[in-house]
Design a protein around this ligand. Structure first.
Ligand SMILES: *[C@@H]1O[C@H](CO)[C@@H](O)[C@H](O)[C@H]1NC(C)=O
Ligand SMILES: *[C@@H]1O[C@H](CO)[C@@H](O)[C@H](O)[C@H]1NC(C)=O
Ligand SMILES: *[C@@H]1O[C@H](CO)[C@@H](O)[C@H](O)[C@H]1NC(C)=O
Ligand SMILES: *[C@@H]1O[C@H](CO)[C@@H](O)[C@H](O)[C@H]1NC(C)=O
Length: 484
């Protein structure tokens, strides 16, 4: 029989201008590996083509590629048990090993082999494993693992990760990165309280997309070094709950630990864990994340930004639900467009006393009238003494106490002195850097001199040379840049 490669078949189809939507996309292999069905479909297609168009495929040409040329590795064909009854560790590891046995064309970072998008399908099964799923060698890339559930068995190696992108061998010839462009998609990871979900060490361009990671004791996802792990459209929680869980006080672990640079967490729900996201790398972005992992009142934190404070983190359009943000000595931090519910607030925590380049703007805060400040300073380790370019402004509150670095106030009187006290609103206890003030009077024929005498303790004190009835308006700003 004369074999016609699948690719040629599609070229022929394009040539005869059959609407491509009728055809399987050439780059996505059919999920079914029932080849009889596949052959029938293709033959039907072929005969309909020859019926409607004079261009035909030559007689005797087969439409199905040899099985060996498919790059879809199905774990059940390696003996994995999709019912989750028996252990599937070796079966899945063998499928993974075969998938990366053959290098393919293409370019990736130097020292990383391109496997062309080879797919390892979990085929919608639930698989019990007792060791981490990992590649047999480092230095591989362009690989997709998708579509099923991995569950740690009761014998799973304690404190390891169900999927481990680390490198035990030093087979990668790239010194900096172990892996590039590995995709984990549509996978449920049940860590069974034995360890973590996914770990990526010195990996580049990793996708974690539509995963549900639960029952972790350490981290749901841990990113160490590397670059550009993109975590999207995923759900992470230590315990499966939709809020108001009676055991919330006992939630532990961290849903996402970013100890690397340039990662993104986008459209992710974190529904239980002591800490939602810990960031200790730089230039990470958190967007559209809903944290209700463990209430601040029970000791939880939504996002914790750790030293070194130069985290350059952007937290935007996220939802902090009874749990807030803690930032240690923040240097370049942007929080905007977020909603804080249930008295959730932001803490700037002094470690070495630096806060520099912080914007907390355009957020909404909602609480229960307990007088909770929306932004707080934790100065237990010493006061902030290096404060520069901090802007807390344009936030709105409902049932919480507004704090800001920019404020206006006014006082009306009849006399020679006016005081406006900004302590209620200003974030820093001292530190007014700029004051603008105006005395307005309706008394005719008086031209008082008035001066700013004192701004200590966030109180602005203004004095005039003659008694006058009027109103003094004041604007203060704690956030302007230091002038040398
Ligand atoms: C766990 O290990 C024990 C003892 O080796 C064994 O009897 C049991 O079947 C194992 N369980 C699984 C799920 O592998
Ligand atoms: C929390 O854990 C402790 C110790 O394991 C246990 O005694 C307590 O009942 C748990 N509390 C809740 C609310 O689950
Ligand atoms: C301001 O006080 C002076 C004297 O104390 C008084 O004569 C004057 O009427 C007052 N002006 C107004 C507008 O109340
Ligand atoms: C400013 O006012 C405070 C009391 O509010 C006072 O102790 C301090 O001496 C004043 N400073 C000056 C320069 O007047």
């Amino acid at each position: 029989m004369n074999l016609l490669p699948l690719a040629t078949f599609f070229i022929l189809i394009n040539h005869v201008y059959i609407a491509s939507s009728f055809l399987p996309h050439p780059s996505i292999p059919d999920r079914s590996h029932d080849y009889d069905t596949q052959i029938r479909k293709l033959q039907d297609l072929k005969s309909s083509l020859s019926r409607t168009n004079p261009v035909s495929i030559g007689p005797g040409e087969a439409l199905v590629p040899p099985v060996s040329s498919s790059r879809l590795y199905t774990v059940t064909s390696y003996g994995a048990d999709p019912t989750g009854k028996t252990d599937s560790t070796d079966a899945i590891l063998n499928a993974i090993a075969d998938a990366v046995a053959e290098e393919r064309d293409g370019v990736l970072m130097q020292g990383i082999t391109n496997h062309g998008g080879v797919q390892i399908s979990l085929e919608g099964g639930i698989y019990k494993v007792n060791r981490p799923m990992k590649f047999p060698v480092a230095g591989v890339g362009n690989i997709v693992i998708s579509g099923g559930t991995l569950r740690a068995s009761e014998n799973f190696t304690r404190d390891s990760y169900l999927i481990d992108l680390s490198s035990s061998s030093s087979s990668s010839t790239n010194n900096e990165y172990n892996y590039e462009y590995i995709t984990f998609r549509d996978i449920m990871l049940d860590c069974n309280y034995r360890g973590g979900g996914i770990r990526a060490i010195n990996a580049l361009r990793t996708n974690i997309d539509n995963c549900y990671i639960t029952h972790f004791t350490t981290n749901g996802i841990s990113v160490e070094g590397g670059h550009e792990t993109y975590i999207r459209n995923s759900f992470l929680g230590q315990h499966i709950t939709a809020g108001g869980d009676p055991h919330e006080r006992n939630f532990s672990g961290t849903a996402i630990n970013l100890a690397g640079n340039d990662n993104a967490v986008t459209d992710v729900v974190i529904f239980s864990a002591a800490t939602g996201i810990v960031v200790s790398g730089q230039a990470n972005v958190i967007t559209g994340v809903h944290c209700y992992n463990k209430a601040t009142g029970f000791g939880g934190t939504g996002v914790y930004l750790k030293l070194p404070g130069l985290t350059q983190t952007r937290i935007v359009n996220s939802y902090f639900d009874y749990t807030g943000i803690v930032a240690e000595d923040p240097v370049q931090l942007h929080v905007s467009g977020c909603f804080f519910l249930g008295d959730a607030f932001i803490v700037l925590k002094s470690v070495h006393g630096t806060v520099n380049g912080v914007n907390i703007v355009d957020n909404m805060f909602s609480g229960s009238n307990k007088g909770v400040d929306i932004v707080q300073l934790d100065q237990r380790n010493g006061a902030f003494n290096n404060i520069d370019q901090v802007v807390v402004n344009n936030n709105n509150v409902n049932g919480m106490n507004l704090k800001a670095t920019v404020a206006t106030g006014a006082t009306t009187g009849n006399g020679t002195s006016w005081t406006v006290d900004f302590n209620q609103i200003l974030l820093f206890p001292r530190h007014i850097k700029f004051v603008q003030y105006t005395l307005m009077t309706s008394e005719s024929n008086v031209f008082p001199n008035y001066v700013l005498r004192n701004i200590s303790n966030n109180k602005v004190f203004i004095e005039s040379n003659i008694a006058v009835a009027g109103t003094v308006s004041v604007t203060v700003d704690q956030g302007l840049s230091k002038r040398s």
